[in-house]
Design a protein around this ligand. Sequence first.
Ligand SMILES: *[C@@H]1O[C@H](CO)[C@@H](O)[C@H](O)[C@H]1NC(C)=O
Ligand SMILES: *[C@@H]1O[C@H](CO)[C@@H](O)[C@H](O)[C@H]1NC(C)=O
Ligand SMILES: *[C@@H]1O[C@H](CO)[C@@H](O)[C@H](O)[C@H]1NC(C)=O
Length: 343
Amino acid sequence: MELLLKLLSIWCLVGLTVSQDMPYEEYIAQIQACPKECRCPPNFPRAVYCDNKNLKNIPKIPPYTWYLYLQSNMIEVLSADALQNATQLRWLNLNRNKITSEGVEEGVLGAMTHLLHLYMDDNLLSSVPSQLPASLEHLRLSRNRISKIPAGVFIGLDKLTLLDLQGNKLMDDSVTEVSLKGLNNLVQINLAKNQLSTMPLGLPPSTTQLFLDGNNIEKIPPGYFKGLPKVAFLRLNHNKLASSGVPKNVFNISSILDLQLSHNQLTDVPLIPSGLEHLHLDHNKIKTVSGSGVCPVSVEDLGDSLNESAPRLRYLRLDGNEIQPPIPRDVITCFRLLRSIVI
Ligand SMILES: *[C@@H]1O[C@H](CO)[C@@H](O)[C@H](O)[C@H]1NC(C)=O
Ligand SMILES: *[C@@H]1O[C@H](CO)[C@@H](O)[C@H](O)[C@H]1NC(C)=O
Ligand SMILES: *[C@@H]1O[C@H](CO)[C@@H](O)[C@H](O)[C@H]1NC(C)=O
């Protein structure tokens, strides 16, 4: 009796979630159309799992699918035919396949007018796919062989907040003033591990997180960040920045919280903005650090009080440089909130 009750209540629960999620006829149609290669959990009928199946081709995807998992297969072609009815997709995971740019069939992505997340990491794309749907919020294309961003490819992508292009073959002339046009609400852009030797042009002013680690960047033009008034997280680890290529106050950005410049060739500490909380300067060629040189306010003016304008630095890494301890007193006097300093 107890078991029966339990079963009954589970059945009701399933029934409830299903009816809230989709009408009964759609539910039945969806379950019946589940491709034999895939798994369609009855209690999560909008999801179709076809990952890790050695698939060479995408099976026919049922019409009421919202979440489609096709990662870790051998898929070469993003087939418009197989995806003909998959126009309701919210989430499409194609990571770790063998899709080339030629394999992305005409119009296949554009037809997915509800798509929010598109993941195509670890494929063989040579350029950013065209005809992306305007609904897209996250686009992940890391570790392909992308060397081209077709002109205007992001026009209309007003909702895109995250663009991940790390581990590709982008060079300076592939990220021009017009390349990212249209990304009016971009928050995070990851261009790490490409082949950039200058700072990318045309980043949207909405950019908050900018990741450029592992390129060959040698210098930063004066005032570069004037066009990026919201930048808060900036990573430039593993580049070729020397102090001669970094204007002393280029990082004096009021929005910045976290600045990472590890593994470069800096000989001087740049001016540390008042609002900065985390600074990584380890593995450079810095010989000395002095409070009077790096403090954003005058050390004498600071007095004993801790007020609004006091520098906010809490974490500082300076290890792997040529600095002889101890850290000068005026550095400690300047950065009163420092909790941790690695040397
Ligand atoms: C798409 O839906 C139509 C109408 O239900 C059906 O005839 C067709 O076979 C479906 N195509 C695919 C690829 O599932
Ligand atoms: C840094 O920026 C602040 C305003 O954000 C400004 O008052 C200050 O003079 C700047 N310092 C330097 C050295 O450029
Ligand atoms: C806050 O500190 C600054 C120096 O950092 C000083 O110029 C200013 O007068 C102080 N303001 C207050 C309200 O104490």
